[in-house]
Design a protein around this ligand. Sequence first.
Ligand SMILES: [Zn+2]
Ligand SMILES: [Zn+2]
Length: 178
Amino acid sequence: MKIRVSDITEKEKNLSGEEQLSLYPTLLQVQSSGECEFLSPVGFSLSIAREYDHIRVNGSVNTEVRLSCSRCLGEFSTPITSLFTIFYTRSEEDIPEDEVELGETDLVSASYNGDEIDFADEIAAQILLGLPYKPLCTDDCKGLCVTCGTDLNVTACSCSENDVSLVFSPLKGFKVKQ
Ligand SMILES: [Zn+2]
Ligand SMILES: [Zn+2]
């Protein structure tokens, strides 16, 4: 998503749409690393205006991804949404890139060269920020039993009840008798 700087005025301009993942090499990289699979195109909604000595972009991005639960290893899909505000200044001013967390919204400073701003990097960065660090299929996922590997969301196991489960454990020969 690009915009000509000379088209940006003090009157807010709204841009929204969807773009295919192929336009976002960083997201493709994350997908090929196996961290997640993108199930929908990247949706964005930006409002852009000139303000003082910078260009302010308020935006939101969204997509849908398939992740592996960090507790039960089950796959699940979840929407990813990220809200942000970016202040773009001309790079000649050499203002260092900085990022400040402000509640639900990320405030980001970025710079541009020439007469065009390309939002692709920031959109990709915001999508990645929206990915959970420790994905959970549900907030109260019970995970896998550390002893027998049973998915405790599906069925209970009897590991906590004495040693009944040793019958079902492929590693029972290595266990120390209790
Ligand atoms: Zn889970
Ligand atoms: Zn168990």
